[in-house]
Ligand binder design. Structure first.
Ligand code: 5AD
Ligand code: SF4
Length: 492
């Protein structure tokens, strides 16, 4: 297959419609945006609905259980839409992309022969060539799940489409850590960092189009080690410092990190780069050293605690979120209790907790010693109760404070805008739409569900400070928990 650069273009009689359904992590969100960018020159426009679409892409996630089953049932539904369109003389191409596509490959065509294209996270830059091929060959499904020699970023269109106020930017992909429960090293491949020059260029372009906040993405983002413009290897901290120099870029975040890769320079950056938001997602998975070893996490609980303490030393207002797995094979009651203790001691912000689910092909799936589902459920409920209480306490602690809020869009209520605090909490205020894209200081007055409600600080109509509020308590606080949509979680 070609690399997509020599794609024969179909002459256009009308704009064709593409509908993309994105599952899983932020990186899939980014990939879906990039797929649209490859299709735009071919005359595609995005459609919010399946009905009427000429191409439907499922960008799938394989991280936890039943991922493939969900894809097959979604395909079953799409088959009906496809048949309906065919009845009226039209054609709806179906594509499966992402990590399920990578893992299942040709099996998808065997079980769903009406699918036109199956391609993985490392081959979607070839989408134009695949569409051209599908245009010629009705009913001949294509599978492209290579880990190609060419770098997709060299082939993807340079021009980014407008991405709103807050946007994702993938800087690193894949993982070499091989945690025993995780499919990522198999579906996303080995760890690859993009060159810093390309990232800086993309970031500048995004800012020129109105982006004020960039979240740097990678399955192991703090293992970033790309080539810098000086020809040397840059770590994540070096890259963040360079990004912070971009005029107009107010906020920088990164996700998802591994505790082992929180090096001295990165910890220092949290203390001296004001644009770096004081909210870090740092998955720990378990509070038991024995379980961490069985998971091949390559760090002990104390390493995690030390990283948290050091970050709080340099940035006292920092808050943390994390990922936890309950019921890893062989996890005892006492080992689970160690996880509860860690959560109580550290005090997390937003959190994500999951029941262990065996992923085919991963070492943990063959470990035996399964924890009964009823026990997993019990543990999950216990852990989530603790985490929810911490989240609620953190959100409540924001009432009465002044927070810098990046205004993102109009809220559903007329006259109201919604933005994000440094901790990613949605903040609603009554304000003029001209403030969208600005950071404004807000007095926080109320909390409803996961959203904060407040008002513009008087006389502060157009500030652009990126400093978070400073009255946040430091190290000893527990229960920091800004809400993040669980659907927006990356791996690590
Ligand atoms: N079972 C349960 N949770 C998992 N995660 C990854 N793999 C599994 C699995 N097999 C969770 C981890 C990871 C998050 C993205 O998903 O907590 O950090
Ligand atoms: Fe890599 Fe994270 Fe998966 Fe571990 S959990 S293998 S660090 S992506």
């Amino acid at each position: 297959m070609s690399d997509g650069t020599d794609t024969p273009m179909k002459p256009l009689d009308r704009l064709r419609k593409v509908h993309i359904k994105t599952y899983g992590c932020q990186m899939n969100v980014y990939d879906s945006e990039r797929m649209v960018e490859t299709l735009t020159p071919l005359g595609f426009e995005v459609s919010a609905d399946v009905e009427g679409a000429d191409l439907v892409i499922l960008n799938t996630c394989h991280i936890r259980e039943k991922a493939s089953d969900k894809v097959y049932s979604e395909l079953g539904r799409l088959r009906e839409a496809q048949a309906l369109k065919a009845q009226s003389g039209g054609r709806m191409m179906l594509a499966v992309a992402g990590c399920v596509a990578q893992a299942e490959g040709a099996e998808i065509l065997r079980r769903a022969p009406y699918v036109d294209m199956v391609f993985g996270p490392q081959t979607y830059h070839r989408l134009p060539a695949m569409v051209a091929e599908a245009d010629k060959n009705l009913g001949k499904g294509q599978v492209d799940t290579d880990f190609p020699v060419e770098d997709k970023y060299d082939v993807l269109p340079e021009e980014r489409l407008p991405a709103g106020i807050s946007a994702f930017l993938t800087i690193q992909e894949g993982c070499d850590k091989f945690c025993t429960f995780c499919v990522v090293p198999y579906t996303r491949g080995s760890e690859q960092s993009r060159a810093a020059t390309a990232i800086l260029k993309e970031a500048r372009q995004m800012v020129a189009m109105g982006v004020r906040e960039i979240t740097l993405l990678g399955q192991n983002v703090n293992a970033y080690h790309g080539e810098g413009p000086d020809g040397r290897e840059w770590g994540l901290a070096r890259l963040i410092r360079a990004l912070a120099e971009i005029d107009g870029l107010a906020r920088i975040r990164y996700t998802t990190s591994h505790p082992r890769d929180m090096d001295d320079d990165l910890i220092a950056a949290h203390g001296d780069v004001p644009a770096l938001m004081p909210f870090l997602h740092l998955p720990v998975q378990s509070g038991s050293d024995r379980i961490l070893a069985a998971m091949n996490r390559k760090h002990k609980v104390d390493v995690f605690r030390r990283v948290v303490d050091r970050l709080r030393d340099v940035r006292p207002d920092i808050a943390f979120s994390s990922d936890f797995i309950v019921g890893f094979p062989g996890e005892s009651d006492a080992e689970f209790a160690e996880t509860l203790k860690l959560v109580t001691d550290v005090g997390f912000a937003a959190n994500f907790s999951f029941k262990y689910s065996p992923r085919p092909g991963t070492p943990a799936a063959d470990m035996g010693n399964a924890v009964p589902d009823a026990v997993m459920t019990e543990r999950l409920i216990m852990l989530q109760q603790l985490l929810d209480a911490q989240q609620e306490a953190f959100n409540r602690s924001c009432i009465g404070r002044t927070m810098p809020v990046l205004m993102e869009k109009s809220a559903r209520d007329p006259g109201q805008l919604v933005g994000r605090s440094p901790y990613l909490q949605p903040v609603h205020i009554f304000a003029d739409a001209s403030l969208i894209g600005h950071i404004v200081n807000c007095d926080i007055q109320d909390l409803k569900a996961y959203s904060l409600f407040g008002s513009l600080v008087s006389g502060d109509s157009m500030p652009s400070s990126s400093q978070p509020f400073s009255s946040q308590s430091g190290k000893s606080q527990t229960g920091q928990s800004p809400p993040v949509d669980p659907k927006e979680r990356a791996c690590a």
